[in-house]
Design a protein around this ligand. Structure first.
Ligand code: S3P
Length: 172
């Protein structure tokens, strides 16, 4: 497992609330490598929050920024990389991930996603309308694409440590 992670970046994909950042941090700890969060890197590069990028420049501009940041992160030192839920939906980014890294889809059920995203306001896609309906629509649209990930790990209401162990087992 360790050798896999040291030679190739492990990229976590999945919907908002699937636990990509939480599990990613733990996974990096277990593998003894760095953890990077693509959203954090976008915020650093832009000097604006994700919500502000969406509000001031729109989603397309956020996606452009995301694509550039992903390209930089994927060509750097192998690490564990958590992505924003939309990153793997971009054909160019997805091709780069599949070429350079091991992709891991954290597949979660709707109730888990709804409860993990509830009360958080930093996600522009969930800030208008009914979050459950929005997450359901995103599941329908994105799950067939996330399914292209090299590894799929199911995650329900279980702890981040438990899911981390499942990822390690799947990578072994
Ligand atoms: C998005 C997910 C967010 C963030 C942005 C858009 C998406 O990241 O990149 O709000 O399109 O699913 P998380 O999945 O880390 O919440």
């Amino acid at each position: 497992t360790q050798r896999i992670a040291m030679t190739r970046t492990v990229v976590l994909v999945g919907l908002m609330g699937a636990g990509k950042s939480c599990v990613g941090r733990r996974l990096a700890g277990r593998l003894g490598c760095a953890f990077l969060d693509a959203d954090d890197e976008i915020v650093k590069a832009a000097g604006l929050s994700v919500a502000d990028i969406f509000r001031l420049y729109g989603e397309a501009a956020f996606r452009d920024c995301e694509r550039k940041v992903m390209e930089r992160l994927l060509t750097g030192t192998p690490c564990v990389l958590a992505t924003g839920g939309g990153a793997f939906m971009d054909a160019e980014t997805r091709a780069l991930i599949q070429d350079q890294a091991i992709s891991v889809w954290l597949r979660a059920d709707l109730d888990t996603l709804v409860s993990r995203t509830a009360g958080r306001t930093h996600r522009p896609l969930l800030n208008s309308g009914d979050p459950r309906a929005k997450l359901q629509a995103l599941m329908t649209e994105r799950y067939p694409v996330y399914a292209e990930a090299t590894v799929t790990v199911d995650t329900g209401p279980d702890s981040a440590d438990h899911t981390t162990q499942k990822v390690l087992d799947a990578l072994a």
